[in-house]
Design a protein around this ligand. Structure first.
Ligand code: UDX
Ligand code: ADP
Length: 464
């Protein structure tokens, strides 16, 4: 089966970049990305590539090459479904905020809506690919909905989890460690798997394309994110011990990372991990384990989240205690709001929790982030419902210039590891701050020795 026409439902951080790369690498396939959010689609179609809704290094070039050739962004969801041989579902699957499984289970309402829409529109056989991170056995739920349309159309469901990391999405998509495709082991299932293998084989070496049953594929995605987040929580749990004992967490990380069995990646101690996946996927894993009565398994993984919350709160507590136990009315500057560098995504960013804690202590916060827009920051705070929208806007100010943001503040806190922060004129920042001037480096990216020579009082995570 040769695929000629792909539709992707959901034009977000996953759907947009993934489809742009598929279109770039497969000029013979028409790829249409659809979304119910008309403003988002308009931004994807904007002639000014700086206005793309997702900031990713290199994405603009890929979109420029493929858009209008075989890559299209549209709000006509039904039409794109109807025309497609293969449909990717890349809609959001946030943690449930209501009812059974509240705060833990994945909210599948957007997925279910997609399945129902595909069921009602389709007139020809289709392969449906789960791209969003989903709890194990979601594919069978989708299949159930699709198989009961009564109009004789046949659907094959594949699981093809996305492993791209934001900020390096294009690199990850162009040269993935592996592509995972889960499907039904029947003859028709195998044909569907092969159709998707053939698409990736246009640029990914065959030995990097793994095929499994659907449930292994779904569970692998949750497991990969749980293991990665666990490494960050493991090193963060030691950062506090380093601070107490006089050890340096970066030295410890280097020493253990050189053991090839441990490996050097994902050992950077930080103010806490964020992003749309880690917390959500672990909570999902915990919920699934609990559903099967596996409480020890659930508790084991939940500890990764508990450690992450501890790390975020520890950082803000440290700011308060260092500033003589009160930050009331004091100006504190945040460098960075995104959950990591090279993205404009702020979902679950540590900055949000740290800001909330400090605002509860009546601090005044000024924020500078190179890519996150002001409305996003206020939306993140408003979503917490801790204080009124008016209070959030009065207490937190967003600045377009980092030096202006730091002027007259008592302390600077680094919340995102943007490279540009390292190259700032720190002498100039110091000269315009109130004294004593403090720096709290939540990412361990600054040269604290240099800063101390200037006159700053420094705290760097995990340094005794
Ligand atoms: C993650 C997975 O890496 C990716 O494979 C999956 O598809 C989606 O989830 P992402 O959330 O985009 O990707 O970013 P990632 O690079 O994994 O970072 C997650 C968080 O962990 C960030 O807040 C980052 O700053 C933090 N982190 C990462 C650390 O604090 N220390 C590290 O050593 C690595
Ligand atoms: P992710 O990081 O998983 O890509 P995003 O929130 O960035 O998540 O993107 C998901 C996109 O899916 C959003 O733009 C949202 O509007 C879109 N979406 C959700 N449900 C539907 C639906 N039923 N039909 C079309 N688009 C949808």
């Amino acid at each position: 089966m040769k695929i000629k026409n792909i539709c992707c439902i959901g034009a977000g951080y996953v759907g947009g970049p993934t489809m742009a790369v598929i279109a770039q690498k497969c000029p013979h396939i028409k790829v249409t990305v659809v979304d119910v959010n008309a403003a988002r689609i308009a931004a994807w179609n904007d002639d000014d590539l700086d206005k793309l809704p997702v900031f990713e290094p290199g994405l603009d070039k890929v979109v420029e090459e493929a858009r209008g050739r075989n890559l299209f962004f549209s709000t006509y969801v039904d039409q794109a479904i109807d025309e497609a041989d293969m449909i990717f579902i890349s809609v959001n699957t946030p943690t449930k905020t209501y009812g059974k499984g509240k705060g833990m289970a994945a909210d599948l309402k957007y997925i279910e809506l997609c399945a129902r829409q595909i069921a009602s529109v389709s007139k020809t056989n289709k392969i449906v690919v789960e791209k969003s991170t989903l709890p194990v056995r979601t594919a069978s739920a989708i299949k159930n909905i699709l198989d009961h349309t009564g109009n004789g159309v046949e659907f094959q469901i594949l699981s093809n989890p996305e492993f791209l990391a934001e900020g390096t999405a294009i690199e990850d998509l162009l040269a993935p460690d592996r592509v995972l495709i889960g499907g039904d082991m029947s003859d028709k299932g195998k044909q569907a798997i092969q159709a998707l293998v053939d698409i990736y084989a246009n640029w990914v070496p065959q030995e990097r394309i793994l095929t499994t049953n659907v449930w292994s594929s779904e569970l692998s995605k949750l497991t990969a994110n749980a293991f990665l987040a666990q490494r960050v929580s493991s090193i963060n749990s030691l950062s506090v011990l380093c601070e107490k004992t006089g050890a340096d967490v970066n030295e410890v990380a280097k020493a253990i990372g050189m053991d090839s069995r441990i490996g050097s990646k994902f050992l950077k101690s930080s103010v806490g991990f964020g992003g749309s996946c880690f917390q959500k996927d672990i909570l999902n894993l915990v919920y699934i384990a609990k559903t099967y009565g596996l409480n020890e398994v659930a508790d084991y993984w939940e500890q990764v989240i508990i450690m992450n919350d501890y790390q975020k709160n520890r950082f803000s507590n440290n700011i308060v205690s260092t500033l003589y136990n009160t930050v009331s009315g004091k100006k504190i500057t945040f460098l960075g709001w995104a959950f990591k560098k090279d993205t404009n995504d702020t979902r679950e960013s540590a900055a949000i929790q740290v800001a909330d804690n400090l605002l509860n202590e009546q601090a005044h916060i000024a924020v500078y982030d190179p890519k996150v827009v002001e409305e996003r920051m206020y939306a993140d705070l408003d979503y917490l419902n801790t204080r009124s929208e008016e209070e959030n806007r009065n207490l937190l100010k967003v600045k377009a210039d980092p030096y202006e943001a730091c002027k007259d503040s008592h302390a600077v806190a680094v919340l995102t590891e943007w490279d540009a922060f390292k190259a700032y004129d720190w002498q100039r920042i110091y000269d315009n701050m109130l004294k004593p001037a403090f720096v709290f480096d939540g990412r361990g990216i600054l040269d604290t020795q240099k800063l101390e020579d200037i006159g700053f009082v420094c705290y760097s995570i995990g340094k005794g």
